[in-house]
Design a protein around this ligand. Sequence first.
Ligand code: G4F
Length: 329
Amino acid sequence: MKKVLITGIDGQDGSYLSEFLLEKGYEVHGIVRRVSLEDPGHHFWRIRHILNKIKIHAGSLESYPSLFKICASVKPDECYHLAAQSFVSYSFEDEFSTINTNINGTHFILSSIKEAVPKCKFYFAATSEMFGHAKEVPQNEDTPFHPRSPYGISKVAGFDLTRNYREAYGMFALSGILFNHESPRRGFEFVTRKITNAVAEIKLGLLKELRLGNLEAKRDWGFSGDYVRAMWLMMQLDKPDDFVIGTAETHTVQEFIELAFGHAGLDWKDYVVIDENLYRPSEVNILRADYSKAKKILGWEPKVTFQELVKMMVDADLERLSRGKGNCK
Ligand code: G4F
């Protein structure tokens, strides 16, 4: 039985990836912060239904010894490094901790794998945020990086570290450059979930207005469940390589809003208020993926469309809030 180690197993992607790998017959291990274990009911809402099938280890991205010990004891065949401070907006508020945690965390886990289980395949969760002020549209594996946030900068460093471990030490280490990917398990701070949750609250009479920042930004939004399949496909290659994963479509935040409110039978203009405080110091204006390399080499394509994704998220939030559930599934 193959063993997998996932950092950030309790996040959106970690939860879908765990389900996917359990189905494939893997023994699934995950690393979480010790504080999460103190309040599992709150922190583990995305993986509660599979907790009895996976093995959880307490570790910190800030502690090399804790990561090394877990790698040495689990001895995974594949490691997916998904954990990070991934909220772009927050990375402007606390640049130092974002950069420290994201870069050192990646460095520590890469080094731990190299020392403890050098044959283990390594996946790094890179991101379209690295393209930032993109030099071209759409973006592919050859598009130069121009990050526009401390988070983006930290991810470029993680990407470079991963490539360097591949080139310097011959490790099977690769990066998935994933464009925005969402689901009903998305965190509430990200714009898609903020919108769909607000739509549900407004529909149920629990909220009167939704405050948002820049509605003109364009993103390539896909479904997280589709993207974890791409991660796994990359890791099944004989030789490591980096891949762009997206839908090849781009939509404005406003288009997302229109669809989400419309799906609930509401007119967004009655509820959305622009709040200049929610604008970012520097914005990524347009992202659109050219995923033709993934299609050709991995045979991967997204299955869920933008319209289906928005409806899925609104329906899930309506259903959850109608059941009287708060900040969880
Ligand atoms: O949902 P967002 O916060 O996602 P963002 O910044 O694109 O980052 C996400 O995708 C990246 C991949 O490209 C990941 F690397 C990253 O970890 C994360 O998953 O914001 C999307 C857009 C931005 O242009 C933002 O300015 O929505 C705009 N926006 C407008 N009002 C808002 C809001 N974003 C948030 N979070 N909250 C608002 O009120």
